[in-house]
Design a protein around this ligand. Structure first.
Ligand SMILES: [Zn+2]
Length: 217
């Protein structure tokens, strides 16, 4: 388990807990899911689509029965992403529903989803995603679960699905494959879900309205 420092944001070589995928951001086989988090940040309800996702991805860790009861933070290794989710939860618990638009691409399609986050009557928080738009594109092996991987890592923003290509540059996967000379490689780097600075700033602006009561995980 990595130890989380105090730095609010870093683009550095952040170590990732590779024991877990990030199911909230890498659900590339379906577009509509919902889950409920209780007051202790534990996952208490996951809808049927989780099962499909787990089956399609061969991830035993992602079966609803394997995830239920575990804290949300077990599945979000990236510090900046944890910070965003903590801010979203704090805002929603203060009584303000929050709607966020993010990319959730499949290997052969770009997809835009809306994530609606509401407080339920009993105080639990429900996350629901709905597909807004999808567009086909040539199959992208970087986003395919079955692609063989090297020991190298590539950062991909969980919110805009852009790939980090160096410095402060995050670009679409097609361009990243070209620029990083990965198109002819059989094995591709592992994908580390992160959040780019542009998305971090945008989401923080959305959730830092009145009524926010920051509550770190
Ligand atoms: Zn981004």
């Amino acid at each position: 388990m990595r130890v989380y420092g105090d730095a609010p944001y870093s683009h550095g070589e952040a170590p990732i807990d590779t024991d877990y995928h990030l199911p909230f951001f890498t659900m590339r086989d379906f577009s509509q899911i919902s889950y409920i988090v209780d007051s202790s940040d534990r996952l208490i309800s996951l809808n049927q689509d989780w099962s499909s996702f787990a089956q399609n991805n061969g991830g035993a860790d992602l079966r609803p029965e394997a995830m239920s009861g575990r804290v949300l933070w077990d599945f979000i290794a990236d510090e900046a992403t944890r910070e965003l989710y903590a801010a979203v939860l704090a805002k929603v618990r203060s009584g303000a529903p929050t709607y966020l638009v993010l990319r959730c691409d499949a290997p052969a399609s770009r997809r835009l989803i809306e994530m609606a986050v509401h407080k339920l009557e009993n105080g639990d928080v429900e996350f629901k995603t709905v597909l807004l738009a999808a567009k086909d594109r040539p199959f992208q092996r970087l986003f395919d679960h079955s692609t063989p991987r090297t020991t190298h890592h590539l950062m991909v923003c969980s919110w805009c699905d852009r790939v980090h290509v160096g410095g402060e540059e995050w670009v679409e996967v097609e361009e990243a494959m070209e620029r990083l000379h990965l198109n002819d490689e059989t094995e591709l780097p592992q994908v580390d879900p992160m959040v780019c600075m542009a998305c971090f700033t945008k989401v923080m602006e959305i959730v830092s309205g009145p009524g926010l009561q920051p509550d770190a995980p």
